[in-house]
Each structure stands twice: as structure tokens, then as C-alpha cells.
Design a binder for this molecule. Structure first.
Ligand code: IZC
Ligand code: ZN
Length: 413
């Protein structure tokens, strides 16, 4: 007997399974089946496609007038951290920039102080709450970065907490070491600190899938980033980079040269670097929620990157400073409004392409796939980015199990 049949699906979103990420015009291609059926058994998809009555199951979910999609993949988050930075909001209102706050010892360094002070149990409970919220918003796979320790003990503490959550929580996870996220106050100089983080790669390489670095004015240079990425690759880690978030240092070009699995942010990337995307499978992970939250007018040039045959993914960048939301649906709306992505491009960017950016088999609903599926209470696939800032997820299934259902109000008739 099957476990679940989702029946009469108004619109069933079926992103295409491909070897590499969807690039250029292919990003706008999305299969949508009207009146579809999905069948789930033992954690896997048994059938997905046109309406079928050939199956029986213990539970039937009627999805008439609703949309069903793969669970969302959030390919860039700073999930585990101590404290919060609401006091920075007033500074921002007074016009103090993100990098100036960091230079004054706030920003990332303020979160580093809180994370060092937090126990593993405290970090676990706090991050678990965020994961619960992510699941409620329809995210079923998440990448989690370290980077608020900037010392061996705390970086390992963050990675350990993330691995404990990976074991305990239903979501699928990927793990990233972001030791070179900022230069701590006690460091002698940038180069010495970077070498410490390179030396740490041996200690973290079994706990991380990726090594990441913040390449930015006042943080790490292009040359330092290259040194770090090459050292990480020698240890067998795939590499990522926070590139051209604020200043156009050339991080995207470096990522492509070094064969990074993703280059993230890319707000200020040069034309030449964007053109280089055409011959590369490096995924451009765009984080428009961050641009919005930093109050900037200039967003990443997603249309230009797609015109250059680039591969685009969209993620939240959930973190306590520059994008304090774990709602990927909201970021899908910002992607529509500010990056001018089409609904098809947006769905691909938060499913299959996001999965490629973190090297995970996710983002599709085909027979044999792990059954990570969301039922959305919306009439069609274009509706989600349109009706923004709210939660449209009605049922979330991870590994074939219903893990969330919106049960509505209490004591209201
Ligand atoms: O805590 O501010 N950009 N790192 C690089 C961040 C944002 C996270 C933070
Ligand atoms: Zn980030």
C-alpha cells in the first residue's frame, strides 16, 4: 500500500532533472501538469504526472485548485548564530553603512561575540526554531554556514550544532565552513588570520561539504580568496564565495576561474565576469532579500546573467545582519519585482538550480526521487510571487512524511 496520494492537483510543478544547472533560456522552461497526481511510498515518489486512478494509499490529499511543487531548497543561509542585531536598524536609518558598522566592530563581529558566548545547547534551540519556521514556509533542504566563530572552538561548535540538527530534524542539510567571514579583533593582521583559517581546513573537512569566504572591501581580497579556495580544494572541499556583494572586486570572475560550485550575491559584478558565466556551471546564487534589507537600489543583474547563458538560483541569505528572514516565498516575490525574473525562472531558481548550487539531489518530483513536496494554497504557479509576504504553504512533506499542515485558526467559526 502507498502512503500518500495527492490527487486532483490544480497545477503540478515538475522542474526538469538535468545533469548540470538550468542555464539561460532553459531557466524559463517548466513543466506544469493540470489535474495531476503524485503518489508517495516509503519516502519516495512512486508516480507523478497526469491524473491517475491506478493507485491506492493510506492517505489521500485533495489538492483541487491548489499547486504542488518540490520542496524549496534554500541554498545560502547563516543558520546557526548567537544573539541578534536589532540595534543596528537605527544606525542604518541614520545612514551608517553595513561595512562601516563592521569596521566599528559591530555587524558580523557583534554576532561573533554572541556566538562565542552561547553554549551548544543554546545555539541548537535557537537554530531549531528557525528551521521549524523554514519548514512551515515550504523549505525542505537548507545549506548552513559557520563563520561566527572565527576561532577553532566556535567554528566547530557551529558545525556540530548544524550536524546535530541534520540528525534530529527532517530537513535535508548541506554544511559550509565559512571561517574567513570577517577578521576578528584579536587577529594580528588579515594574512595571519587567513592562514589560521586555512590551517583549520584539516579540522573541519569532515564536517563540511563546502568552504566559503567573504571577499569584500575591508574583509578578504581577491588574492586572499584565491589562496583560500585553492587550499580548500586541495583538502577535497568544493568551494563557494560571497562575491561582489557591495564592491566590484571581481569575486565572480575568481569563482568561475576556480570552478566554484556557486558564487553568491553578485550585485556589483562586472560585465566581463557576467559574460564569463556563459561557459561555466558555477551557479549564480542571487540574494535579493539582502539588497532589499540593506536598503539598496541596485539589485543583481539577473536578466543580464540569464542573457549571458548563466545559471541562476535564489536563496534567502538568512542571517542576523543583512537579511533577517527565513521566508523563501518572500524572496521569490522580491526576485519577481526587483530581479524581473519570470514565475517559471523563479520556481526553477528555488528548486533544481538551488539544488545544483549545493550539490544535492533535490528540487524535482520524479519517480524514485526523495518525496519532498509542498502543497500550496494558491490557484496557479504565478500566484505565489504575486501575493507577497504571507505563507501559502498548506502541507509540507519531507522524505515521504507529512511534517507540517496549516490547520488554521482556533475557536473561530
Ligand atoms: O552577519 O552580516 N554578508 N555576511 C556577509 C553576512 C552578510 C552575514 C552577517
Ligand atoms: Zn551570506
Amino acid at each position: 500500500m502507498n502512503d500518500i496520494i495527492i490527487q486532483n492537483i490544480g497545477a503540478l510543478i515538475l522542474p526538469k532533472k538535468t545533469e548540470g544547472p538550468l542555464k539561460g533560456e532553459a531557466l524559463d522552461e517548466l513543466k506544469i501538469v493540470n489535474n495531476g497526481t503524485v503518489v508517495v511510498k516509503d519516502g519516495k515518489v512512486v508516480y507523478s504526472g497526469e491524473y491517475s486512478e491506478a493507485y491506492e494509499a493510506k492517505e489521500i490529499i485533495d489538492a483541487s485548485n491548489k499547486v504542488v511543487s518540490p520542496g524549496l531548497v534554500d541554498a545560502h543561509t547563516h543558520l546557526v548564530f548567537g544573539g541578534s542585531r536589532e540595534h543596528e536598524m537605527a544606525l542604518k536609518q541614520q545612514g551608517v553603512s553595513y561595512l562601516d558598522i563592521l569596521k566599528q566592530g559591530g555587524g558580523i563581529l557583534s554576532t561573533v561575540a554572541s556566538t562565542r558566548q552561547s553554549t551548544e545547547a543554546e545555539l541548537y534551540e535557537k537554530s531549531k526554531k528557525e528551521m521549524v519556521r523554514m519548514i512551515q514556509f515550504g523549505t525542505t533542504t537548507v545549506e548552513a554556514k559557520s563563520g561566527y566563530g572565527l576561532d577553532k572552538e566556535t567554528e566547530l561548535k557551529q558545525l556540530n550544532v548544524a550536524h546535530q540538527l541534520d540528525q534530529d530534524m527532517p530537513m535535508r542539510m548541506k554544511h559550509t565552513f565559512l571561517g574567513p567571514h570577517a577578521v576578528p579583533k584579536e587577529a594580528k593582521d588579515n594574512a595571519t588570520f587567513l592562514q589560521e583559517m586555512i590551517d583549520l581546513l584539516d579540522d573541519v573537512k569532515d564536517k563540511a561539504d563546502f568552504a566559503d569566504i567573504f571577499c569584500e572591501t575591508g574583509v578578504f581580497t581577491i588574492e586572499e580568496s584565491r589562496r583560500y579556495m585553492q587550499a580548500a580544494k586541495e583538502k577535497g572541499l568544493k568551494v563557494k564565495i560571497h562575491a561582489d556583494e557591495i564592491d566590484p572586486l571581481g569575486g565572480l570572475g575568481l569563482a568561475i576561474e576556480e570552478g566554484a560550485i556557486s558564487a553568491d550575491h553578485l550585485v556589483a559584478s562586472s560585465e566581463a565576469d557576467k559574460q564569463a558565466l556563459s561557459n561555466s556551471d558555477t551557479v549564480a546564487v542571487l540574494l535579493p532579500g539582502t539588497t532589499f534589507y540593506l536598503g539598496k537600489d541596485q539589485y543583481a543583474d539577473a536578466r543580464g546573467m540569464i542573457a549571458n547563458n548563466g545559471a541562476i538560483a535564489i536563496a534567502t541569505d538568512f542571517n542576523p545582519g543583512s537579511c533577517v528572514t527565513d521566508n523563501l516565498q518572500l524572496v521569490m516575490s522580491i526576485a519577481a519585482l526587483k530581479l524581473k525574473l519570470t514565475p517559471n525562472e523563479i520556481w526553477n531558481a528555488v528548486t533544481v538550480n538551488a539544488a545544483k548550487a549545493i550539490d544535492v539531489e533535490a528540487g524535482t518530483i520524479e519517480a524514485g526521487d526523495q518525496a519532498d513536496i509542498v502543497v500550496w494554497d494558491i490557484p496557479n504557479h504565478e500566484y505565489l510571487p504575486y501575493h507577497y509576504g504571507v505563507n501559502h504553504a498548506e502541507v509540507v512533506i519531507i522524505n515521504g512524511k507529512k511534517v507540517y499542515q496549516n490547520t488554521g485558526l482556533l475557536n473561530v467559526t
